[in-house]
Design a protein around this ligand. Sequence first.
Ligand code: 13P
Length: 337
Amino acid sequence: MPIRAGSYTDELVQTAKTIASPGRGILAIDESSATVGKRLASIGLDNTEPNRQAYRQLLLTTPGLGEYISGSILFEETLYQSTTDGKSFVDVMREAKIMPGIKVDKGLVPLPGSNNESWCQGLDGLASRCAEYYKQGARFAKWRTVVSIPCGPSALAVKEAAWGLARYAAIAQDNGLVPIVEPEILLDGDHPIERSLEVAEQVWAEVFYYLAQNNVVFEGILLKPSMVTPGAEHKNKASPVTVAKNTLTMLRRRVPPSVPGIMFLSGGQSEVEATLNLNAMNQSPNPWHVSFSYARALQNSVLKAWQGRPENIEAAQKALLIRAKANSLAQLGRYSA
Ligand code: 13P
């Protein structure tokens, strides 16, 4: 059993198991206020607090969402918001059996000494912020750092990404939050899939090395990897079978079976592509729960349907349920287009 006897160990293991439950995945709506502003701008809305609240209310109050969604990652603002009727979003989620999660990193800044790469800030004060978020109802956390293939990646950038993720994971667990470990390997570049596999293996080897050094309880974490695909500008696209084969090769070589859930990011794939790739990975049994933690691949058609109009809320919620159900079926390996 767990290698570290922290006061939250049993709860962490239970939380991770609940999030990684059959046919369910994560709805990521933790875009920073700047990033959600871009989404709102795409449908002609200003980036105001009421508009952000209205959008997140639409998503979180979708009837029946908890059947397919086990957790949702929020930005700090959303964790403290309520519906227009005055019910806290946290209570809305609890009633729907959706665990509240919280993005805790403070974003990317240039990494001096590297090849134009970045590192992720946020460790200062993290323990007290995690304790506050737990009090507010959060039960899991996310820290996203990135690795760029066209920029190298340099040994320094990989080490920094892995060390930061491991320190964050230990601090989150110490405060009762299941850490989602997310070294996003960006899709940018014209490299073939073999190069993505090589870099992903390098990154995950280092991440697990430092997770172990920091005495992180593997049964109480979730991973959020990029799927192993060719670079976005590569001349050929890979089929779902090829993406699944390469991604599973990486996971089998690098991820211990004690990790309960692998919740993929969509990373700019289309909605259907992200579903088909996930479905292909679940055609045979895996040691882990292989599922989704999508933002764009769950929200794109919702935004299009909504257009910021109250009379479109029902249609937008239907669009969300369609994608959530499709990915739920893909988690079970039963999706067909
Ligand atoms: P995408 O699915 O849009 O890549 O976002 C994932 C993410 O990191 C948000 O948590």
